[in-house]
Design a protein. Structure first.
Length: 270
């Protein structure tokens, strides 16, 4: 069974974006290490944890070959909004899917800041993801620290802008929203657990109330690492990891912590 086939039933979601930190060889070595961990991890193998890795694009085919048998998904860190055509240097969602990708990151703060992506572009890329059977990892987050209510207002507006444009294009599908406050990206510490939990509770309720988004989930990114998931509200489905997951041992710790949290939640529910 492919990783995507069991994703809707997953109780937690853990994703890793390698950005452009690793070259091709190191990306492949990293994927081998993750596959070894995942194959031995009960919560990944039984589908309780949906795990995916987004490497640099040239490594995607080999990453999919390595990670697929370990029930780990993979995908791209960006796509173009058209599937094919005279768009020099761009890669469409159709190609990402052909290479074995099942996920695509859309709208990261760095894409907004460095490449000038706005809500219209992000919405068109979200539509391209749905159209090609990819799960968009839609990044949202406020630029400056404020109240949870202010963050919820800004982030729900970003979610609505992307999904409305995708719906206008006639596409809809499951979404993973990565809540990443911009002021926490690359910081020594993440936002506080109470702040994260409050914002994600609001985003989760809003997202799942939207048409076609009943199985969508919200995860947290922004200097996330070991120890954080144990302090978060269960509305936070998991984590979107960056540099703190570059060490496969740290990723294993996070998977163990996530599995332990699921067990506690199960016991409380019983």
């Amino acid at each position: 069974m492919s990783p995507a086939a069991n994703s809707v039933a997953a109780k937690a979601v853990i994703g890793v974006s390698l950005k452009m930190y690793f070259g091709h060889s190191r990306s492949i070595d990293y994927c081998r290490d993750v596959a070894t961990i995942a194959l031995k991890h009960p919560a990944v193998q039984n589908g309780d944890i949906e795990l995916f890795v987004l490497p640099i694009l040239p490594a995607l085919p080999e990453a999919a070959r390595i990670l697929g048998p370990a029930r780990v998904g993979t995908g791209a860190q960006d796509i173009f909004w058209e599937d094919q055509g005279a768009y020099t240097g761009e890669v469409g969602g159709k190609t990402v899917a052909e290479l074995g990708g099942r996920y695509v990151e859309v709208g990261h703060a760095e894409r907004r800041r460095i490449f000038g992506e706005d809500d219209e572009i992000i919405g068109r890329k979200t539509a391209a993801a749905y159209r090609n059977g990819l799960t968009p990892v839609l990044c949202v987050g406020e630029s400056t620290a404020g109240s949870p209510e202010e963050a919820i207002a800004q982030c729900t507006a970003e979610i609505d802008a992307a999904l409305h444009r995708a719906a206008t294009a006639g596409t809809v599908g499951r979404t993973i929203v990565a809540y990443e406050p911009q002021w926490a990206i690359g910081a020594p510490e993440p936002a506080t657990p109470g702040y994260i939990s409050a914002v994600v509770r609001g985003l989760d309720a809003h997202l799942r109330s939207l048409p076609g988004q009943e199985t969508s989930r919200v995860i947290y990114g922004g200097s996330a690492g070991p120890g954080l998931v144990t302090e978060l509200d269960t509305a936070v489905a998991g984590l979107f990891l960056g540099r703190f997951a570059h060490d496969p041992a740290a990723l294993k710790t996070i998977l163990d912590e996530t599995a332990a949290r699921l067990e506690v939640t199960k016991e409380v529910a019983a």
